[in-house]
Design a protein around this ligand. Sequence first.
Ligand code: PLP
Ligand code: LYS
Length: 428
Amino acid sequence: MHHFYYRDSELYVEDVPVLSLVKEYGTPLYIYSAQTIIDHYTRFETLLEPLDHLICYAVKANSNLWILKLLANQGSGFDLVSGGELYRVLRAGGDPKKCTFAGVGKTRSEIEEALRVGIYSFIVESEEELLTIDAIAKKLSIQAPVAFRINPDVQAATHAKITTGSEVNKFGIAFSQVSELFDKCSKLDGVFLKGIQIHIGSQIQQVEPFLQAIQKVLPLVEKARQKYGAEFLDIGGGIGIVYEQAIESGREDWWKERKESLTLAQYVESILPLVKPLGMRLLVEPGRVLVGNAGILVSQVLYVKKGGAKKFIIVDAAMNDLVRPAFYDAYHQIIPLREQLDPRMEVVDVVGPVCESSDCFAIDRLLPKVQAGEYLAIFSTGAYGFSMASNYNSRLKPAEVMVSGKTVKLIRKRESYQDLVALEEELT
Ligand SMILES: Cc1ncc(COP(=O)(O)O)c(C=O)c1O
Ligand SMILES: N[C@@H](CCCC[NH3+])C(=O)O
């Protein structure tokens, strides 16, 4: 089942016409489909059934409270990278005992708080961090659960800015240093080795780099289990999604023929033979694959401008709302809310109002002719969309709504100008 489709030439999310949401909440507007997130989560859960496992949703992909609540209700754990994410998860009713905490720069207060609430495990990224956690835990008279994040030095075949598992990246403990650190760790009273983690990057569309990374660390994982009693292997997130053909107009059953480059089923089938014989608990940290295709960003066309060499569709969303195209040259499918009766197509740049040349959503894109006042939906923006939004140019962050069947929930109001200055005015 797919929850984004055209009916009578109008775009729907689940049972709700998008135009009705835009009229109610204005633009730019993020709209999420709850059922899409539940479908993806359930599919992953079912596929992992043959193993003792825990899905830890990567909160950074989209941290709004309703998505966290939705996933917590499904039984999901959470992969955190900051005290802010921990705070959000707790506010959403997430279980701290199902939380991992990664990141190369955890502060002392973040470590203390994570220990206080009793997270499942820290994902340790350096020796200095290990010593810091040990010292803090000892002061609190507890033993902190730690997992080593190993940098397996593999190429993840994705955008250079989102690889994490190569030796030039800042992430994880260098492969060659792991054995020595196992030893040191075993001599510290404030920590115990609970697991091993790897995460090689994001938007990965082939299974090979995942397999390569797992294969490479297996001997160290075995050692961690046998010699030091480690109980889990966490293989991170990074599974890619479809951006090019997120929706097709004209047919309601378009999605049946959609080709995904790497399905969840292929991913799980390939990794199972490697990880099952370990007899350890498997953790995964998916972000994008759970929520990426569950969101759209709707924007209104402000002006159609004929430049010297190009035609520009200027919309009311900008790089502050969705930075992926500006940041990674990322492709997002863009379609009008109403299927065009006008069959004419034209090549345009879709750009926002921010004062940066990189503030664009599409370059030289073939789109149906649109006019000022019409609406465009930017697809596959459920992951790393709102969570990377900013107030650049003193623009207001957009509203977010969640659709579930016929029900619409406003999960975040659009900011006001008052919100923009509130923290500064408090001090004057
Ligand atoms: C440690 C860690 N886990 C999980 C993720 C989630 O990645 P993705 O959204 O690609 O599944 C990331 C981001 O790349 C990450 O840095
Ligand atoms: N923010 C990136 C993914 C990075 C994932 C975090 N390590 C994106 O939008 O593709």
